[in-house]
Design a protein around this ligand. Structure first.
Ligand code: PEP
Ligand code: MN
Length: 352
């Protein structure tokens, strides 16, 4: 679908777009204290969740409408643009009633076309910027579908938020980035602003900077980060939130490409990113394989079985050579590959 998009957020020359604020609005004091410090950092919009889509009931589900008045205070007293997540008609009406500047659709909303359509119908005829998070699952078409639904409602200031994708067994990330998906989206829609929600990708503090910088290296337009005045005591997503002071350091350290262009990442960069992701998966898989080998080693030890079982090894090797052959990997390579994995397994088992 051909789209004629305008920037969702005006970019300050030489600066990435910076959207920051707590995962959730908790109290009036917490919202205002966080916003005041972020104002000093220099942000483009202040975020706070008012209605929180939680995986299981019983956790904090947001303060609701009351929190919108706190955001309105941030807007009026500090002159910051404010943004919150909307997921249904009532959310949209309340947000508009409270003069929220920018709306965003969460990952759990983008995933459901009924919900996206409901939000689109509620927004129809209102000229407000909308940011659309990627769906929970790595499905570019579903993400595009949500963008198209919002666009068809007459919204032209649309941006997207890359927050990573759910993956069973993920360890390094809370949500794996699959960088190729946002890169492909940007390639198809070069005018679409894209910011990286490093907080929900990382799920922890120590990797936040690297993920944000990676996004900037890939020519993303900016970041959306969860910032809390007292992260350890946050009512939601405490592990991934940092203080405004820490955030200021990160923003100061961001390296922005000289061109500051919004062009999509070069092919070479994009191929390299894909290779890096695959290498990471390879390492994780080999490490998991070693853990299993160790379990087998322990079993062999307690049952007095020798470490080297030559018929089993021969079977694994022949199997690997046959399967590799079907994928255009030479028998010689497959043999060296398996031998080196096998050597490492035996080392791990012998250490027991
Ligand atoms: C959030 O931004 O706080 C949130 C709920 O994120 P997501 O929709 O990415 O899970
Ligand atoms: Mn959150």
């Amino acid at each position: 679908m051909e789209m004629n998009l305008k920037p969702a957020i005006e970019r300050r020359a030489g600066h990435p777009i910076v959207i920051a604020g707590p995962c959730s609005a908790e109290t009036e004091a917490q919202v205002m204290a966080t916003a005041k410090e972020l104002k000093e950092v220099g942000i483009d919009a202040f975020r706070a969740g008012i209605w929180k889509p939680r995986t299981r009931p019983g956790s904090f589900e947001g303060v609701g409408v009351e929190g919108l008045t706190w955001l309105k205070n941030v807007k009026n007293e500090l002159g910051l643009k404010v943004t919150t997540e909307v997921a249904n008609t009532q959310h949209v009406f309340e947000a508009l009633k409270h003069d929220i500047d920018i709306l965003w659709l969460g990952a759990r909303t983008t995933v459901n076309p009924f919900s996206v359509q409901e939000v689109a119908d509620a927004i129809r005829g209102v000229d407000i910027p909308v940011l659309i998070k990627n769906p929970i699952n790595p499905d570019l078409a579903l993400w595009k579908g949500a963008i198209e639904r919002i666009y068809k409602a007459g919204v032209t200031r649309i941006g997207v938020i890359h927050r990573g994708f759910a993956f069973h067994g993920a360890k390094d990330y809370r949500n794996v980035p699959h960088w190729q998906i946002p890169i492909d989206l940007k390639r198809e829609f070069p005018d679409l602003q894209i910011v990286c929600d490093n907080s929900h990708i990382c799920g922890r503090r120590d990797t936040l900077f690297d993920v944000a910088q990676k996004a900037l290296d890939l020519n993303f337009d900016g970041v959306m980060s969860e910032i809390h005045i007292d992260p350890d005591n946050a009512w939601s997503d405490a592990a991934q939130q940092v203080t405004p002071t820490r955030f200021q350091e990160m923003v100061n350290d961001f390296k922005i490409k000289a061109t500051g262009s919004t062009a999509s990442a070069s092919d070479l960069e994009s191929f390299r990113t894909q290779i890096d992701e695959i290498d990471e998966q390879l390492i994780n898989l080999v490490a998991e394989r070693m853990k299993l080998a160790e379990k087998i080693g322990a079993y062999k030890k307690s049952n007095n079985i020798s470490i080297l079982q030559s018929t089993r090894w021969e079977e694994i090797l022949q199997n690997g050579i046959a399967k590799g052959g079907k994928k255009n990997l030479s028998p010689k390579f497959m043999e060296r590959f398996y031998k080196s994995i096998h050597d490492e397994s035996i080392d791990h088992q012998s250490k027991l």
